[in-house]
Write a protein that binds this ligand. Structure first.
Ligand SMILES: Cc1ncc(C[n+]2csc(CCOP(=O)(O)OP(=O)(O)O)c2C)c(N)n1
Ligand SMILES: [Mg+2]
Length: 354
């Protein structure tokens, strides 16, 4: 494993990268766009529009960089925190909002190959490896990109997934967003290894670290990793980033943030301002670019909320019917009780829930 952390922003000029001005602008536009999504989603949750929301503020650059590195046919395996990645990849904002609003089965007619977002930690990792193996059995030129956090590396599924990928050359990129925290547990308590990337050594695969708050560095590293993976060499990418907000809207970080880890100076906590400044210095964006990107994101969000609100609420029976072939007497009773509440209160039912 290389000890180097790949960095571009604040370290190199655009001319010294594989990217051009359009690439940099596309990255900035999506960082701004997903930041706006996160802010709006938090506000919607605060007024009861959805029951809970896991903010990704601070992680936009890592996710946008990874999204822009993927080819159309690559498979994405997101978590609850990977919504910037999904959006930058082309999943409609309304789909993401609807998942959080309690429509986990809903998806619109888009053509992004994306699996359901995983909430059980690390459970998606073996799935991604399996999909990668299926691709190689079919001689399909595609890879899986599986997202997870620093906390997921303590789960058995992480180790099983990496081991399997190493043994079977499964075309998989393991994309770990090390955001400093697993709920309240700081990264220094998560592992005694020197890094997360170093764990790849144990499975005979490559591990690399990248400044995850740098969208172009992340894109370059993930592009290379996906290319290697498609050739049968899985890669573990550790994107060093930082969770600025709460774990979810049900969390109060003031209870534990005193254990704040010290970060090296280059590891800025926020990717946006530094990237804006760098893009200006490189002559890539003119005055008003960020404002226009923000305005466009606001319009997209207004449409997404309207679309999400137009999708009919599921019937209460849908909570029960897909679970068992035959419901137990107690579940039958609950199913009837749920129907009775909806019949009695109609649309107000959803107000009562809050
Ligand atoms: C199997 C499992 N165990 C525990 C939990 C509870 N849980 C939810 S998020 C979380 C921490 C995950 O931290 P990390 O992997 O770093 O991801 P992050 O939330 O920082 O993106 C835990 C323990 C869970 N969802 N699934
Ligand atoms: Mg984490």
């Amino acid at each position: 494993m290389s000890d180097d952390v790949t960095r571009v922003v604040g370290e190199r000029d655009l001319d010294a990268t594989r990217f051009d001005a359009d690439d940099a602008r596309a990255a900035l536009r999506d960082v701004v766009r997903t930041r706006r999504f996160d802010e709006r989603a938090l506000a919607l949750q605060r007024r009861g529009w959805m029951s809970g929301y896991p903010p990704f503020e601070g992680q936009e650059a890592a996710q946008v960089g990874a999204a822009h590195a993927m080819e159309a046919d690559d498979r994405l395996f997101p978590t609850y925190r990977s919504n910037a990645l999904q959006i930058a990849r082309g999943v409609p904002m309304s789909d993401v909002l609807l998942f959080r609003r309690g429509f986990p089965e809903y998806h619109s007619d888009h053509d992004v190959p994306v699996f359901p977002q995983a909430v059980p930690i690390a459970s998606q990792i073996p799935h991604a490896v399996g999909a990668g193996m299926a691709a190689s059995h079919r001689d399909a030129d595609r890879a899986s990109l599986v997202c997870f956090g620093d906390g997921a590396t303590s789960e058995g599924d992480f180790h099983e997934g990496l081991n399997f990928a190493g043994v079977f050359d499964a075309p998989t990129v393991f994309f770990c967003e090390n955001n400093g925290w697993a709920i309240s547990l700081p990264e220094r308590r998560q592992t005694a290894s020197d890094s997360i990337a170093v764990k790849a050594d144990a499975y005979g695969i490559e591990g690399v670290q990248v400044d995850g708050n740098d969208p172009l560095a992340t894109r370059a590293v993930v592009e290379d990793a996906l290319e290697r993976a498609r050739d049968g060499d899985p890669v573990l990418v550790e994107a060093l980033t930082y969770r600025q907000g709460a774990h979810t809207t049900a969390d109060d970080p003031s209870q534990y943030r005193e254990g704040e880890p010290d970060l090296p100076e280059w590891r800025v906590r926020d990717p946006l301002d530094r990237f804006v400044e760098w893009c200006r210095g490189q002559g890539v964006v003119e005055e008003g670019f960020v404002e226009r990107a923000t305005e466009a994101a606001n319009e997209e969000l207004a449409d997404a909320v309207e679309t999400a609100e137009s999708v009919p609420r599921p019937e209460p029976e849908e909570l029960f019917d897909p679970v068992y072939g035959e419901l137990s007497p107690e579940l039958r009773r609950q199913r009837e009780a749920a129907r009775a509440v909806v019949d009695e209160h109609g649309e107000e039912t959803y107000e009562l829930e809050r």
